[in-house]
Design a protein around this ligand. Structure first.
Ligand SMILES: Cc1ncc(COP(=O)(O)O)c(C=O)c1O
Length: 333
């Protein structure tokens, strides 16, 4: 499959700037890449991937897109906006809190169910089909069944995996990495939230062979992610005709900030959000960028970071509005 010509969604380059007060506090030269400011549907890392995915859907003559995720998914919100712009029907199969069976379902910090991205999906006309909570595998199978049913009824369906993590999605993030390198190629580490894998796979590909450490802070307790990262990098090699050949041992993926599981608001992330807001006036989110920043703070405290660090803000701020009040109180806000 050739690489499609992307449809424009994101204003680029997104800003990259220093964080002076946090740098002083942490004893680092800390900078931030603002993919929360893509100018597309409240921002976030998914706009870049959707430029390629929607282009491929249109090239295949699709009239409907089916994807899945947590009900508060940032990906589904941005997908809904991209579909609205291109006259595509957007069907999103979701669970409020999908989980890893081996890890169990988190018991505290559940996000609210009528605001944040769920509200924005409604405004965008996303057909959000919410199922009872279950495992991620159950969610993926349910989405597949919905896509099959729509096809049986004559719709031309384009399927998008969770988080837009196909090789094309990763390729889009490889370009993001190259964009950041053009802005400043002197970082010794890039730190960001990782979940379905294409952000990490794209950045790892973009920085392959350089001296920059690419550190994904996992927001999911999902050990299979190493296989996903390897597959997504192989997929980029296939698309580009390159042979970078990254292997699972080449990826730095840290699980320490996962907490009690995916998708809940917990104290370390909320405290990291407060620290960023109160030092730099920048908002992070409880599920991804807040966790990633909590992970960065833990690495800094353990002296496991080099001096010059880029924190990649991947967006997600609408879910700030879905954090229950008692969680904020508990975190000291
Ligand atoms: C705000 C935010 N940050 C980071 C991620 C993780 O990106 P990826 O799924 O490409 O690993 C997501 C994915 O949903 C996200 O919404």
């Amino acid at each position: 499959m050739p690489i499609p010509e992307p449809v424009p969604l994101v204003c680029r380059p997104t800003p990259l700037h220093p964080l002076p007060r946090l740098s002083r506090m942490l004893g680092l030269d800390l900078w931030i890449k603002r993919d929360d400011l893509t100018g597309f549907a409240f921002g976030g890392n998914k706009g870049r991937k959707l430029e390629y995915l929607i282009a491929e859907a249109l090239a295949q003559g699709a009239d409907t897109v089916v994807s899945c995720g947590a009900a508060q998914s940032n990906f589904l919100r941005q997908l809904g906006a991209a579909c609205a712009m291109h006259g595509l029907r957007c069907v999103a199969v979701a669970m409020h809190l999908p989980y890893e069976p081996g890890f169990g379902q988190p018991q505290r910090g559940r996000l609210l169910e009528s605001c944040g991205n769920i509200l924005l999906d409604r405004l965008l006309g996303v057909e959000l089909r919410i199922l009872p909570d279950g495992s991620w595998e159950e969610l993926f199978s349910a989405a597949e069944r919905v896509a099959d049913e729509l096809e049986e009824r004559g719709r031309r369906v384009y399927r998008i995996p969770v988080g837009g993590s196909s090789p094309l999605g990763a390729l889009a993030f490889r370009e993001a990495g190259l964009e950041a390198r053009r802005q400043d190629d002197g970082f010794q580490a890039v730190v960001f939230a990782s979940s379905s894998g294409s952000t990490h796979a794209g950045l790892a590909h973009a920085y392959a062979g350089s001296r920059t450490r690419v550190v994904g802070i996992s927001c999911d307790p999902e050990p299979d992610l190493y296989d996903t990262l390897e597959e997504l990098c192989a997929g980029q090699d296939r698309l580009l005709g390159t042979s970078v050949g990254l292997r699972r041992t080449d990826f730095e993926l840290r699980f320490e900030a996962v907490g009690s599981g995916y998708g809940v608001a917990e104290r370390p992330a909320l405290e990291a959000i407060l620290l960023m807001a109160r030092h730099e006036g920048i908002f992070l989110d409880p599920v991804y960028s807040g966790k990633a920043f909590a992970g960065l703070l833990a690495l800094a405290e353990a002296r496991d970071l080099p001096q010059r660090v880029l924190f990649w803000h991947t967006g997600g701020t609408p879910t700030l509005m879905a954090v229950p009040d008692e969680c904020w109180e508990d975190a000291g806000a």
